[in-house]
Design a protein around this ligand. Structure first.
Ligand code: GLU
Length: 476
């Protein structure tokens, strides 16, 4: 029987959970769930100067928001430093690693020479076979691994195929620094081995590291986990992902009004495919996930697609939940007027949300569309809406206001009938009256059905808002 699958997400806590990291985590999570295995979370915090507690919190929050769960407590790589030292010492004792006493000047000279000769800079192995008795006084050595000097190192990769690295291009790299701290290369291998990781899924920027890591696995006689190096996410133009193109933390996506299920669905399709399926549930994603379906081509980030997916998930969401998300988003962004407006008009907002859902692609758009509910009179009118409120239109609105005052029951059918009758009586199409009406009542050109709007805000408020506009023109 094959071993149960163990994957891991191993972020360095030096910033937020960026979008590429989120996708890596998602794939590791999906594979673990698909196979009934485990996904571990390992915080790679050995670089004490660059790691912060705030970044760890941001990582955990980002994952939780996306609905990505891990098994057990998160590991701290730093906390395992003594184990990293132990393995380095074992390699030393077995003659598979050695102490190197090169000074910074010597190393600089080596690099300089390599550059002059047009070779990649690499350590020349000068301490590999040197007698330790030659060690200079008072110099703290680093520990380097004895990498093979000839032959090939092959990374068998589920995504990239067999990738061959010539041993002569890999030098005896450092596994333990002179201050006794492990390098990333070494710590990752020791941790992955000790934690029983069977599958590594990560960005293809780690492919050359994989070759070096294999050197350590082989030196220790450990099984090499199965590897999948996924192409990085690129911008829509194929260039490296820039901020403008989406290289941001997941919390920025939340603040931009994306729902976690939309981002999850979107990220799932960046470098992985199940036929032509674009929209699928998380359950389907997990059920369908396989390493074989990971793509080799660069994935391109496309906000248009994300918006469309988000619109879909907004339409699918329960109004109660959207209301909560709108409130939280307004609060997170410090949009106090919106926050208070939503809180103080919960019933109306809940009643309005089904009208808003088909019209919004983001939660921010939902909030904007809901503003008519709690906007303070006289309403701010945006430029497009103002364009509809010309003298002619305002004349009609004044007359319409009279009619509406006489409506018996303030309901959609009765308001509808009154507005239609008025439009007919002056020989106008309904839209010619309804559009200025919308502009006056909401301050915008896009809103839910205008009769629904009038019912939602009520007779008094509707007539008062109309009055504000009509009066405004009367003064001119
Ligand atoms: N800590 C590394 C990073 O954040 C990832 C290490 C790995 O996945 O092997 O890039």
């Amino acid at each position: 029987m094959s071993k149960p699958v163990v994957t891991r997400f191993a972020p360095s806590p030096t910033g937020y959970l960026h979008i590429g990291g989120a996708r890596t985590a998602l794939f590791n999570w999906a594979f673990a769930r698909n196979t009934g295995g485990k996904m571990l979370l390992r915080i790679e915090d050995t670089d004490r100067e660059r790691s912060t507690e705030a970044a760890v919190t941001a990582l955990l929050d980002g994952l939780s928001w996306l609905g990505i769960t891990w098994d057990g407590e998160p590991y701290s790589q730093f906390a395992r430093a003594s184990r990293h030292v132990e393995v380095a010492n074992q390699l030393l004792a077995e003659g598979k690693a050695y102490r190197c006493y090169c000074s910074a000047e010597e190393l600089a000279e080596m690099r300089e020479r390599a550059r002059a000769e047009g070779r990649p800079p690499r350590y020349d192995g000068r301490w590999r076979d040197r007698d330790p008795s030659e060690a200079p006084e008072g110099v703290k050595p680093v520990i380097r691994i004895k990498a093979p000097q000839s032959g090939d190192i092959v990374v068998n990769d589920h995504v990239q195929g067999d990738v061959t690295f010539k041993a002569e291009n890999l030098d005896d790299f450092i596994i333990l620094r002179s201050d006794g701290t492990p390098t990333y290369m070494h710590a990752v291998v020791v941790d992955d081995h000790d934690m029983g990781v069977t599958h590594i899924i990560r960005g293809d920027d780690h492919l050359t590291n994989a070759a070096r890591q294999i050197v350590i696995y082989q030196a220790m006689g450990w099984d090499i986990p199965e590897m999948s190096h996924i192409p990085l996410i690129h911008g829509p133009d194929g260039a490296k992902l820039s901020k403008r193109h989406g290289a941001m933390g997941v919390e920025t996506y939340r603040q931009m009004g994306y729902l976690p299920e939309a981002l999850r669905n979107y990220l799932a399709r960046l470098g992985w495919a199940h036929g032509d399926d674009e929209i699928f549930s998380t359950e389907q994603f997990v059920a369908w996930f396989s390493l074989e379906a990971l793509g080799k081509g660069a994935a391109r980030f496309d906000f248009g697609k994300l918006d469309n997916l988000n619109g879909h998930y907004i339409r699918m969401a329960a109004p109660e939940r959207l209301y909560e998300v709108m409130v939280d988003t307004a609060s997170e962004l410090g949009r106090n007027a919106d926050y208070l407006g939503l809180i103080n008009n919960k019933e109306t907002a809940l009643a309005a949300i089904p009208e808003l859902q088909p019209r919004a692609k983001t939660v921010l758009e939902l909030i904007d569309l809901a503003q008519f509910i709690y906007a303070q009179r006289p309403l701010p009118v945006d430029e497009k809406a103002a364009g509809l409120l010309n003298t002619d239109a305002l004349g009609h609105l004044a007359a319409l206001k009279e009619r509406l005052q006489g409506v018996n029951e303030w309901s959609v059918p009765e308001i509808d009938a009154a507005v239609r009758e008025y439009a007919e009586s002056v020989g106008l199409k309904l839209g010619k009256v309804a559009q200025p009406l919308r502009a006056a009542l909401t301050g915008r050109t896009i809103s839910p059905g205008i009769f629904e709007v009038m019912v939602l805000i009520g007779r008094e408020e509707s007539l008062a808002r109309l009055g504000d506009q009509v009066r405004a023109v009367a003064r001119h």
